[in-house]
Write a protein that binds this ligand. Structure first.
Ligand SMILES: Cc1cc2nc3c(=O)[nH]c(=O)nc-3n(C[C@H](O)[C@H](O)[C@H](O)COP(=O)(O)O)c2cc1C
Length: 236
């Protein structure tokens, strides 16, 4: 029973791959430029208890670039694969259907050695693929009702949902409940990982959906925009 529960999404995704469906309703003309991310670290000097104790939403950041290691660590915390056989990830997912996609909007100078642009995270390869070049941080701030921390952050992580990956199995309940529960898990992972990396972030739910979709260039439901930058004064 457990095996069927686990295997169904995997078989479905193989089927979708065979008919050329790339999992996100995007017409992507590959090959896109890919940036392999440094492997994630599995330990640190910060305990999960400490991270839970001090975590706060942070809206002011040092004017400092992130490293590619930090970006990779955040992407891994959000949706990294932690079990190769069935592809289980850092965050739980209803029926392991994994409806969420992770995008990283990098502003000019936001990440050392990574040009400004919009990148899509590929969990299986632990790689970013470049979707669009350019600095979209101001446009994204406008789409987020002028919340300045979006413009000021080194990067913004945008999380979208492809609900059909979950509704084929759970019906409407998948769309109105499960995908929103899942994005909460991912948001908390990012908050805690930020503490461990000396970074600050805030989850943003107030934005114009259509504008965020247009900026990212995908027909997926945006759920969170998460500005991330170096935490002023570090975490005590
Ligand atoms: C679903 C959700 C949506 C949120 N949207 C925004 C937002 O649009 N802008 C913002 O600055 N903070 C946003 N926040 C962050 C909350 O304001 C913040 O979590 C709250 O004030 C408690 O502070 P803390 O996170 O530091 O404990 C949001 C939080 C959640 C859970």
């Amino acid at each position: 029973m457990l095996l069927a529960y686990i295997l169904a999404p995997a078989l479905a995704s193989i089927g979708l791959a065979l008919i050329g469906y790339d999992g996100s309703y995007r017409k992507i003309s590959r090959p896109l430029t890919k940036i392999p991310l440094p492997p994630p670290r599995y330990d640190s000097n910060i305990s999960v208890e400490h991270a839970l104790r001090v975590r706060r939403s942070i809206r002011e950041y040092e004017d400092k670039s992130l490293t590619l290691e930090q970006v990779g660590q955040l992407a891994w915390a959000a949706q990294g694969i932690t079990e190769k056989r069935y592809g289980f990830r850092t965050a739980p997912s209803a029926g392991a259907t994994y409806p969420l996609e992770i995008y990283v909007v990098v502003k000019k100078g936001g990440v050392e050695g990574l040009p400004e642009g919009i990148y899509h995270y590929l969990p299986r390869e632990h790689t970013l693929e470049l979707l669009k070049s350019g600095d979209y941080s101001r446009e994204l701030m406008d789409a987020c009702l002028d919340q300045e921390w979006v413009r000021d952050a080194a990067i913004n992580i945008v999380i979208t949902a492809i609900s059909e990956r979950t509704t084929w199995r759970y019906g409407e309940r998948g769309r109105i409940r499960y995908v929103h529960m899942e994005v909460g898990h991912v948001g908390q992972n990012i908050y805690l990982q930020c503490v461990s990396l000396g970074l600050g972030c805030v989850v943003i739910g107030a934005f114009y959906d259509e504008e965020v979709k247009k900026i990212i260039g995908v027909d997926e439901e945006p759920l969170y925009v998460i500005p991330v930058g170096a935490k002023k004064g570090g975490w005590l």
